[in-house]
Ligand binder design. Structure first.
Ligand SMILES: [Zn+2]
Length: 190
């Protein structure tokens, strides 16, 4: 059981060693998923496991649980059972809990490839709306499922299209275009 305090991983110095930076990214993504998704119930996010037993990537995904009122976030890999708790996440830049209640609209379950979910997680989000959507993506049959309303999806597609337009790296632009295709093709009919 890995017990961590998120504050120790915020603002790592630029020269921090790779393993420390990768662990910081892993923990901050777990906090983003756990706060973007529902509280009080454990769910399997699309976040991949960080472990590489025998030099092969563990195929597991992170199951996350956020209790209410605020308690340490629990996480576990469904395959290798790597697990931990993260404290001091509330109010951090990775806390995506909505600040206000939003009206409920019908939510569609949009199936996208795992690579599309990974490309979306690499984006820098100007506001928590799209970021919350991306980190709510759940694991699903080797792929991923995005729960989103029609409006959410339109907003995300618009944002990703703008990012792809401005992306100078050809490789990253291709990844974003692939994600965009997945979102656009998955979009349910009006
Ligand atoms: Zn694992």
């Amino acid at each position: 059981m890995m017990v961590t305090d998120l504050h120790h991983f915020l603002d790592l110095p630029a020269g921090a060693p790779g393993p420390a930076r990768r662990l910081a990214e892993h923990l901050s993504n777990i906090v983003r998923a756990a706060t973007a998704g529902d509280a009080g119930t454990a769910w399997e996010s699309a976040l991949p496991c960080r472990r590489r037993p025998a030099n092969r990537r563990c195929p597991g995904r992170m199951t996350v649980l956020r209790a209410e009122p605020t308690a340490p976030i629990r996480w576990q890999c469904g395959v290798c059972h790597d697990e931990g708790v993260i404290s001091n996440w509330a109010g951090s830049p990775f806390d995506l809990r909505p600040r206000r209640l939003t009206l409920a609209h019908p939510v569609n379950e949009i199936v996208i490839p795992e690579e599309a979910a990974a490309a979306l997680r690499e984006l820098r989000f100007p506001d928590p709306g799209c970021e919350r959507l991306v980190f709510r993506i759940r694991a699903h049959d080797g792929g991923a499922v995005l729960p989103a309303t029609r409006g959410d999806l339109d907003e995300l597609i618009g944002f990703v299209a703008a990012e792809a337009d401005h992306e100078p790296s050809r490789r990253r632009r291709q990844r974003l275009d692939t994600a965009l295709d997945a979102l656009s093709n998955a979009a349910p009919a009006h």
